[in-house]
Design a protein. Structure first.
Length: 369
């Protein structure tokens, strides 16, 4: 049996990959990791190649959804005996629930669910996969740990929920491939033959302790850098530049600043924005991130932006390549010590791109090489 799976890049998406490997054998599964900005392109390119997609027995899309346009294309193909199944738990995916091949639930038995849990229930109930009782219990426990982290339920469980946060920390410590390998070994064999019920080794525990210290320091530093803004819908929010620890950073900053509707964390190097809130009166998935082409949960979402565009704006702002030698630069933009603050709109009106010919040293430069 040959399996194709498109899945999200976070712990919940990785959990789906682990389940697929356990169910079908790693050698039979082809996993492609997707984010909101590239899932449509990857799925569409795959499905447009009939010889390719028909070479797989089953195709799964887990913990992430496609656009209406791609869904319509899949729907036509699926009715022609193409076996595609999609499992998602995000509110922004509910629009796909009318497709018979899509399974979309935000809650199961009044508890928030996850992509990993929905995929697990399908594999267990529809495919009748069976393991020995010990292994089955460990798979079920792994699924609940992943679900509780992804839905942030672990915060409500006190000490009992800490294992979910630690599992996510371990995922980021080891990286995707090593984490998957370790997760599969722990499910099948435990941390060692003598410790069948333990999830974390002594080395894991030491790494997790150091990781938590790093997170605490990072949160303390970033809290001092918050800039308060008001979005176009009247929400007061905080914005910072950040490149790691988004979930814990965002949630802890929200707890430290309950006056803010949400925190927006900009990762300039990856072209991503992560949004977090702890309030119930705002849905970040449908009210904020969706407007920027992103999606996710009511309290945890993300969107992307064009990195090259952002870098052009920042470098022009900092270095003003249009007139860097003149006093006009200092008057209009200021100096590093005393910058003049102007809005992006004002900046765009003041400066236009200078053609290469405006720099004499560029004239015929390549001709002399």
């Amino acid at each position: 049996m040959k399996i194709k799976i498109f899945t999200h890049i976070d712990l919940d998406g990785i959990g789906c990959a682990v389940l697929a490997y356990l169910a079908f054998g790693k050698e039979n599964v082809d996993v492609e990791y997707c984010n909101y900005d590239d899932v449509d392109d990857k799925v569409e390119a795959f499905m447009e190649n009939e010889d390719l997609y028909r070479s797989y027995d089953s195709i799964f899309i887990t913990d992430i959804s496609v656009s209406d346009q791609v869904a319509s294309m899949i729907d036509i193909l699926d009715k022609s005996d193409c076996c595609v199944r999609l499992f998602d738990h995000h509110g922004t995916a509910l629009r796909l629930d009318n497709y018979f091949w899509c399974t979309i639930y935000e809650y199961l038995d009044a508890v928030k669910t996850s992509g990993t849990e929905l995929f697990y229930l399908y594999l267990r109930n529809s495919l009748s996969l069976t393991y020995d009782q010990t292994t089955q219990n460990k798979i079920s426990r792994f699924v609940s740990i992943v679900r509780d982290y992804d839905t942030w339920r672990w915060k409500e469980l006190g000490e009992d929920g800490l294992v979910s946060k630690q599992m996510n920390d371990l995922f980021h410590i080891y990286g995707r491939d090593k984490f998957i390998e370790l997760a599969m070994k722990r499910i099948m064999f435990g941390t060692s033959p003598l410790h069948q019920d333990e999830w974390f080794s002594e080395t894991d525990v030491l790494l997790l302790e150091q990781k938590q210290k790093d997170i605490d320091i990072y949160v303390e530093q970033k809290e001092k850098q918050i800039t308060v803004k008001t979005d176009q819908w009247g929400n007061t929010y905080g914005v910072i530049f950040a490149e790691r620890y988004f979930s814990e950073l965002g949630n802890r900053l929200c707890e430290m600043h309950p006056e803010l509707a949400y925190i927006a964390m900009i990762d300039i190097s990856r072209g991503r924005v992560s949004y977090r809130t702890i309030r119930d009166d705002i849905n970040l998935g449908t009210e904020i991130a969706h407007n920027y082409g992103g999606g996710g949960h009511p309290k945890a979402t993300g969107s992307t932006f064009d990195i090259s565009w952002a870098m052009d704006i920042i470098t022009d702002w900092l270095f003003d390549m249009h007139d860097a030698e003149s006093e006009t630069y200092a008057a209009n933009v200021g100096t590093f010590e005393n910058p003049v603050r102007i809005s992006p709109d004002e900046f765009a009106k003041k400066y236009t791109a200078k053609p290469p010919s405006a720099d004499p040293w560029l004239s015929n430069a390549r001709g002399s090489l």
